[in-house]
Design a protein around this ligand. Structure first.
Ligand code: DHB
Length: 391
């Protein structure tokens, strides 16, 4: 019995010496905080699935370290996001934070990232000012100025003279309104009215009536991911298309995830965005196939690609630092990184830490019995115009 106990103790010591300290050193923990429940759960579902797909495709080690992804639900409530970020940094020793499903949630993490010197990769939120909130923030989604401006260019060049804008009344909506209007009016267009709708539980009917009464050639719309199908239904019910009002929007409205459920009223909608499931490239074909296989056929939308590329960015930065995830060095490594995303070529602007990417103009069309955002024009390698203007 004594011998058995000794042997047991010896093997325990060996186990501790052999694996635990080494394992503790070799793991890089990434804390991905997302709205997995609540009204914006589709964002959490897509981003987390995109990040996991990256790890399935590329493996869970980089620069000799094992990558551990910890996913937490903030239910879309900013106070929760901040509390979870603190808890992950302090108790879980997470070395990189990611997420930011909506602008207020990304903003809530900024002070934690700054104080703890922990990098934060924004996967989803699109207000231009977010990367200015902390030196430790970078982004793999995009900015609303970046993908609203080309819609203004397109409208001015395609016979549209008078537009009413309709946006969600918070950061990204105000950015979209500003940059569509700036570009469209600089090219001779007129914006006759700017309508803003509440972010939470919107009923679009009274706002769409205002649009209809103003008799514009087109309505330009931004709404966050997941809300588009309700909007499309009310747009159809109010007869705006019959009244000759064309729908132009950011691609958040014709979200690939729910596009099929929008049905016929969505056909012909013109949008600008950084990703479409139908994007024609070998990288995207491989991504869509792997994503759909791992998620019961669910279609990947742009949110999922923000999640996928957050991991691409983290892996590329760790390769550059030889696995060192400490904040200042990691952030230096992030600047100027470039890779081929499912969306096309991307890089991180060394001056702003925002993503430089193609913005595609797309039209909703039926392809093989399904609705798709079909790309027809590319605005190549766009930077965030808001920060370019501020310089
Ligand atoms: C934001 C949220 C979205 O769902 C989206 O599609 C774009 C921007 C945001 O809150 O910044």
């Amino acid at each position: 019995m004594m011998r058995g106990m000794l042997l047991g103790a010896a093997s325990l010591v060996m186990a501790l010496a052999g694996t635990l300290p080494a394992a503790a050193q070799e793991v890089v923990k990434i804390g991905l905080i997302l709205p997995m429940t609540g009204p914006f759960a589709s964002t959490g579902r897509q981003v987390s699935a995109g990040a996991k797909t990256f790890m399935e495709m590329k493996g869970d080690t980089v620069a000799g370290k094992k990558v551990e992804l910890i996913i937490r639900d903030d239910a879309g409530v900013a106070d929760q996001t901040r509390r979870i970020a603190q808890e992950l940094v302090v108790n879980e020793s997470v070395q990189v934070l990611a997420g930011g499903g909506l602008t207020p949630l990304a903003m809530a993490v900024a002070p934690v990232a700054t104080q703890a010197k922990v990098p934060m990769v924004v996967t989803s939120a699109g207000t231009a000012a977010i990367t200015k909130a902390s030196e430790f923030i970078t982004r793999t989604s995009g900015t609303l100025p970046q993908y609203s401006l080309p819609v203004g260019t397109w409208a001015a060049q395609n016979g549209i003279k008078k537009v009413v804008t309709l946006v969600s009344d918070y950061g990204p909506g105000l950015d979209a309104e500003k940059w569509f209007t700036k570009e469209f009016t600089s090219k001779g267009g007129e914006v006759s009215e700017a309508v803003r709708v509440p972010l939470q539980n919107p009923d679009f009917a009274p706002f769409l009536q205002r649009v209809r009464d103003a008799k514009p050639d087109a309505v330009f719309v931004f709404l966050p991911s997941g809300v588009g199908s309700l909007f499309m239904k009310q747009f159809a019910d109010r007869g705006l298309a019959e009244a000759g009002i064309k729908l132009i929007a950011t691609g958040d409205v014709t979200d690939d995830d729910i596009l099929n459920s929008m049905g016929k009223p969505a056909l012909g909608t013109i949008t600008g965005h950084f990703y479409a499931t139908a994007h024609d490239s070998p990288e995207n074909k491989a991504y869509v196939e792997a994503f759909e296989k791992a998620n019961n056929g669910m279609r990947p939308n742009f949110m999922s690609v923000g999640g996928y590329d957050s991991m691409a960015l983290i892996y590329a930065a760790l390769e550059k630092t030889k696995g060192d995830a400490s904040g200042p060095g990691f952030m230096e490594a992030v600047k100027g990184l470039s890779w081929t995303s499912p969306r096309g070529p991307v890089s991180i602007d060394p001056e702003t830490r925002d993503i430089i990417q193609n913005i595609y103009m797309r039209e909703v069309k039926e392809v093989d019995g399904e609705l798709h955002n079909v790309e027809f024009e590319t605005f190549a390698a766009l930077k965030d115009p808001e920060k370019a203007e501020a310089k």
